[in-house]
Ligand binder design. Sequence first.
Ligand SMILES: [Zn+2]
Length: 197
Amino acid sequence: MTVPAVRLFLAASAVALIAACGGPKPEPVPAPADAAMDAATGEDAAAPEAPAEDHAHDGEAEAGGEAHVHGLADLAITREGNRFMGELISPMANFGLSETDAAYTDVVTAELSGLVEVDGGDCQAGVPHPMTDDSGDHTDAVVHFIWTCAKPDEVRTVRFAGFAAFSGFEKVSTIYITDAEQKAGDLTPSAPELSLK
Ligand SMILES: [Zn+2]
């Protein structure tokens, strides 16, 4: 992914995160039936609670986003004030899930809370928000994370903690980007952390 593409994508994601993930309650994964209903009723497609379409991943694909490769995933972290937000995009297959069914199992959903961790900053993690993107030939998992931090300037690292639970993950290309800072790294089972300092 090119840097301009990442910026555009993150800007869109930040808006989507605020719109979709503002509440503390877990939201259900949009079912394929929702999309069919929107198509049938037409006007409802623009409703505020419209599902995954809000997240504008189509733009990423047009901008030459990375191909869906099993084993690989992308993690983008942003910060706004005392909140850190994360978006993981991963083949469903990395979670051991069927890309045909495009559904999360209870077992996988239960593991999402510990999937990405931040160290330092006295942060409280919100409930992850799992979605799916089946716009390509394969299905991607799209999971949004949010942390609210008492001392956000003291956040030191972001860690992908899912390598043990999900052996399908081999490398998570991670980027931390704000107006003032940018860090990037490939997280692997032997090096699962990105330093933000
Ligand atoms: Zn796939």
